[in-house]
Design a protein around this ligand. Structure first.
Ligand code: SF4
Length: 257
């Protein structure tokens, strides 16, 4: 996306007000298709947001490439974002060595503690984003042990929240993917209960994500309850500037129900 398209959309929505004069635009989410810290215009995007007093809600793979991996780059992100969500998929899929991923998370948290002491509040929350799939949740015992490791890591570093998401598949995708990465709903439910009141409960880290959505009410149901869409307040701006309101990947890349 050119920075001009991004700027035009942000400035237009930032000028909209509700009937009481409150601004409708709350935050900007830089694309979930690809690694946002590789966007060559990210610095300009931050400036556009800062000029409008808007925060970025960032999801990253934890590689923190180029300037974003330095203390000053991380401090800039901490000051400009509402939430920095670091996905664990990058090391689980072999894209990034675990040691590099964890060092980056530790460094980000050190930067936050140091900056907090100087600048006080207003710094970004830091979250881990975890996808529960058949390779890390193959059975009950393996899933609990694996999740415990993540919870311990997050608690030790002072991470604010873990987003636990269920794996999802496009209808048309290969059955072998489902076979390899699919998880039985009963296993999801067991993990959820362990997190709510069992061995995976944490008093230090908040939990969220689609694991905690009620099956019928919270999850997007394609072709079903679009009149009660959980994403109705979001606007998705595409690189050519056109917009839509439905982020469901099934509609974009699968069956266009
Ligand atoms: S995300 Fe799309 S498919 Fe899902 S409920 Fe909303 S409009 Fe419907």
């Amino acid at each position: 996306m050119s920075i001009e398209v991004a700027r035009a959309a942000i400035e237009r929505y930032a000028s909209e007000r509700d009937e009481y004069g409150n601004r409708l635009l709350r935050e900007v989410i830089p694309s979930t298709m690809g690694e946002p810290l590789l966007y060559s215009k990210l610095n300009e995007l931050l400036q556009v947001c800062e000029a409008k007093s808007l925060k970025l809600n960032l999801t990253t793979n934890g590689s923190f490439p180029g300037p974003w991996g330095s203390d000053s780059g991380m401090e800039r992100l901490l000051g400009s974002c509402s939430d920095i969500k670091i996905s664990t998929l990058s090391y689980e899929t072999g894209g990034l060595p675990y040691s590099l991923w964890s060092e980056n998370v530790e460094r980000l948290m050190r930067c936050r503690s140091r900056t907090e002491n100087v600048a006080g509040n207003g710094l970004s929350k830091v979250s881990l984003q975890v996808t529960l799939h058949g390779q890390n949740a193959a059975n009950e015992m393996a899933a609990v042990e694996w999740a415990k490791g993540i919870v311990r890591f997050a608690e030790n570093l002072g991470i604010d929240r873990i987003k636990w998401n269920r794996v999802v598949f496009l209808e048309k995708k290969s059955p072998s993917l489902r076979e390899r990465f699919g998880v039985d709903n009963r296993l999801f439910e067991m993990i959820r209960q362990e997190m709510l009141s069992g061995a995976l409960r944490s008093s230090k880290v908040k939990y969220g994500g689609s694991l905690f959505f009620e099956q019928d009410a919270g999850l997007c149901s394609v072709g079903g309850k679009c009149d009660a869409c959980p994403f109705e307040n979001e606007v998705w701006v595409w690189p050519d500037g056109h917009e839509d309101h439905c982020p469901n990947p099934e509609r974009r890349w699968g069956n266009s129900l």
